[in-house]
Write a protein that binds this ligand. Structure first.
Ligand code: NAD
Ligand code: ZN
Length: 279
């Protein structure tokens, strides 16, 4: 076979890159997985960038702010209601499922996400086996949610935080969800533009970055801080960097392997030989 026959074969190249990436992940005792909106695209969740991310001509930067909620909580809740129902209609894709299996099977894998869509959590629930020991593995495998979760809320009065799964009625100011304890308005338990991340959560994520021997970054533009800095922090500490993204990002140049592919295709191909089985 001519040399060129081999190098011109894109699948041959891709298989080689996948194997290189797998080798890096296999060698590490601890792996930080960092995911962003791109991991949920194949499930039908729009990213913020691009037309799909718009809602009634509003940009997310106009609605996902404390100022917008103070001025017009009904409109902000209406938007979150739309995003919650959109997320509910979506199902975890193969990337979520294989990442969930990996986290359940290997206590050294820690998943940190910027996503608020709950799809990693739902994939975990779907993959976990019933029973006491499995419940422990499930708890350990739960993702660190840097930016919160669409299906959680917190009270603007007393600070109560918890799940809010039922449908939100944002048809009038009077019907918005209120705190059971103090009757003040609830707000989505997500981090808005201009707000800082929860210190405890950021600490957990930073600790995961510091102990990681490898870092797998999936579907994030690496434009939102401090989330993106977790990958560079891990790399500075010596972690091998593997990126899955159809487009180049600020992290691509630092990546040991950059797989330019859809997460729902590349992540299963990458992880199947590491985890085994078929979800
Ligand atoms: P982003 O929108 O800035 O970037 C998405 C990245 O995904 C891009 O780099 C894009 O090239 C890549 N991508 C697109 N399709 C892909 C695919 N099929 N497979 C793999 N990658 C793909 O998203 P971000 O970096 O997560 O930051 C956006 C912010 O918006 C975060 O704070 C996040 O909380 C929020 N957000 C969350 C969701 C969600 O929960 N699903 C959706 C939109 C925005
Ligand atoms: Zn309250």
């Amino acid at each position: 076979m001519h040399r060129s026959d081999h190098t011109d074969d894109p699948r041959g190249d891709e298989a080689g890159e996948l194997e290189r990436a797998r080798g890096l992940l296999r060698r590490a005792d601890r792996v930080l997985v960092l995911t962003g909106a791109g991991v949920s695209v194949a499930s039908g969740m729009p990213t913020f960038r691009g037309e799909e991310g718009l809602w009634k001509d509003h940009r997310p930067e106009e609605l996902a702010t404390p100022g917008a909620f103070a001025r017009d909580p009904r409109t902000v809740w209406e938007w979150y209601g739309w995003r919650r129902e959109k997320a509910r209609e979506c199902a975890p894709n193969a990337a979520h499922r294989w990442l969930a299996r990996w986290c359940l099977a290997d206590a050294g894998v820690e998943l940190v996400t910027q996503n608020v869509d709950d799809l990693h959590g739902r994939a975990l629930e779907g993959e976990a086996e019933p029973g006491g020991e499995a419940a422990e593995a499930l708890d350990r495998a739960r993702p660190v949610e840097l930016h919160g979760n669409l299906f959680r809320a917190r009270c603007t009065g007393c600070g109560w935080r918890g799940e809010l799964r039922s449908r939100v009625d944002a048809s009038s100011a009077a019907s918005l969800p209120r705190c059971r304890e103090c009757r003040e308005l609830l707000r989505p338990d997500v981090v808005w533009f201009g707000e800082s991340l929860d210190a405890g959560i950021l600490e957990r994520a930073a600790a995961a970055a510091d102990r990681a021997g490898a870092c797998l970054v999936v579907g994030t533009s690496a434009a939102v801080q401090p989330a993106a800095s977790l990958a560079t922090r891990a790399a500075r500490g010596g972690a091998a960097l593997v990126e899955v993204n159809p487009e180049a990002t600020p992290l691509t140049r630092a990546a040991h392997v950059a797989l330019r592919a859809d997460a729902a295709r590349a992540v299963p191909a990458l992880l199947r030989p590491l985890v085994g089985g078929e979800p």
